[in-house]
Design a protein around this ligand. Structure first.
Ligand code: PEP
Ligand code: CO
Length: 452
């Protein structure tokens, strides 16, 4: 049992990246309201994800985690959710075929509303206002009123998350992502490609399987294994007022769970072992991750594993490496080796987004498809050399046809960025770039993966 921990013990620790709420009485009221609301996910679902991640830790499954950098209320729509889910399913089939393993699907969705920022304030044309910190905290519009942190936004985020989850569950369980449909979408996607070399084999093989089943008299549309999908949610546990309010105790096991999502992670800027975010997370029983960037020391990494997973429970910890294509070779191998030597069970996942953000010559925050691919490749090579398992990928992505990242088959260039640049924070891979990457991993990188 976790000693000296309560749902609110984090409040006694130093904390970074928090809004300065003006109306604390209102915040308290909102927290009490949320604490009485139904949880968004269940204890059993959370444990199910943990057991699936335990398989990933053993090298028997692969983790696909992805979604918006920052979800926003304005991008909340039927089509956006459906297109996101469709894109994840297209990626899943490619990865499943190429890696020959089940794919554990976790969205950065239904709660990814709070953002850490590099500056507390933003200045435009001599006017300085508090930075936008995500829709759960304040508005993105550069106006004084909109930037004031508003506690009511916690309640709004809860309802947006609940509605998103409701529709995602229905898509996952209702047959929208059945194998036949997904293979059709991949066929359509393949038509748009200049080179079909990565996609042809997967699509043809899945069609062969479906035809064979039909010849055997099996209707793939009636088989739950081929029509339903398990899908989990995750977000950065940054705004701890929200996370605490959605924490519930399982009366049987006496364990606490943060039921705002199945999985939570601690960001690269808030993972200090002596601070509030780590304090909160050590007491909850969800599967959790923390970001591993170039600034982490070996000692802190091992300390975090001790504090967050003292019993070395498989599936509890995912390490999300986010080094950057130019740095991964330098920083990652010694950390992988240190974790290996420590005997700690972890999932190693690669976030090839956050170390590869650049500014385009026309002023857009962007990322190059080739840098993203390069970091993934190096990540897989490092694990192969170490005899450890490269267990997953973590993308900022959307099902929309945005123009936020450069390159890929569509050859998005700097002049295209302004066409459909909609992100509220970091640039996302669009649907085509996301599926393309999944096929590349499935075809080119699978040989780099070694089960341990
Ligand atoms: C993120 O995942 O959106 C993020 C802010 O990442 P990091 O903590 O790695 O910078
Ligand atoms: Co981001």
């Amino acid at each position: 049992m976790t000693t000296n921990w309560t749902e609110n013990s984090w409040r006694n620790f130093p904390i970074k990246q928090q809004p300065a709420y003006e109306n604390l009485a209102e915040l308290k009221k909102v927290e009490a309201t949320l604490a009485a609301y139904p949880a968004l996910v269940s204890f059993d679902e959370v444990e199910k994800l943990k057991s699936e991640l335990a398989l990933v830790a053993k090298g028997e499954a692969f983790l696909l985690q992805g979604g918006d950098c920052a979800e926003s209320f304005t991008e909340f729509s039927h089509d956006n959710l459906k297109n996101f889910f469709r894109t994840v399913m297209q990626m899943t089939i490619a990865l499943m075929y190429g890696l020959n393993k089940p794919i554990v699907k976790v969205g950065r969705i239904a709660g990814q509303y709070a953002k850490p920022r590099s500056d507390d304030n933003e200045t435009i044309n001599g006017v300085t206002l508090p930075s936008y910190r995500g829709d759960i905290i304040n508005g993105i519009e550069f106006e004084k009123n909109s930037r004031v942190p508003d506690p009511k936004r916690l309640i709004e985020s809860y309802f947006y998350s609940a509605a998103s989850l409701n529709y995602l569950r229905s898509l996952a369980l209702g047959g929208y992502g059945n194998l036949q449909k997904v293979n059709k979408w991949n066929e359509e996607f393949a038509h748009s490609l200049n080179s079909k070399k990565n996609t042809e084999e997967v699509i043809a093989k899945v069609n062969e399987i479906l035809n064979f089943m039909k010849a055997c008299g099996l209707d793939s549309k009636l088989l739950p294994q081929l029509t339903t999908a398990s899908f989990f949610t995750s977000h950065e546990a940054l705004l701890l007022n929200y996370e605490e309010a959605l924490t519930r105790q399982n009366k049987d096991s006496k364990k606490f769970y943060d039921l705002s999502a199945h999985m939570l992670w601690i960001g690269d800027r808030t993972r200090n072992p002596e601070e509030a975010h780590v304090e909160f997370m050590r007491g909850i029983s969800n599967p959790m991750a923390f970001k591993v960037g170039p600034s982490i020391s070996k000692d802190d990494l091992l300390k975090l594993l001790d504090v967050l997973n003292p019993d070395n429970e498989a599936g509890r910890i995912t390490l999300i490496a986010r080094m950057g294509a130019g740095k991964v070779e330098q920083y990652l191998p010694s950390l992988v080796e240190a974790v290996k030597q420590s005997g700690k069970t972890v999932v190693w996942s690669c976030d090839p987004m956050h170390g590869n953000t650049i500014k385009s010559s026309n002023g857009y925050k962007t990322r190059k498809f080739d840098d993203i691919l390069s970091e993934i490749k190096t990540f897989f090579q490092i694990h192969r050399a170490a005899g450890t398992y490269a267990g997953g990928v973590h993308f900022e992505m959307t099902g929309q046809n945005v123009t936020e990242c450069l390159g890929g088959n569509q050859q998005i260039s700097e002049i295209n960025l302004s066409d459909r640049y909609h992100t509220h924070c970091d640039p996302r891979l669009n649907s085509s770039q996301s599926v393309e990457l999944a096929f590349m991993i499935a075809q080119d990188l699978q040989k780099e993966i070694t089960s341990c």
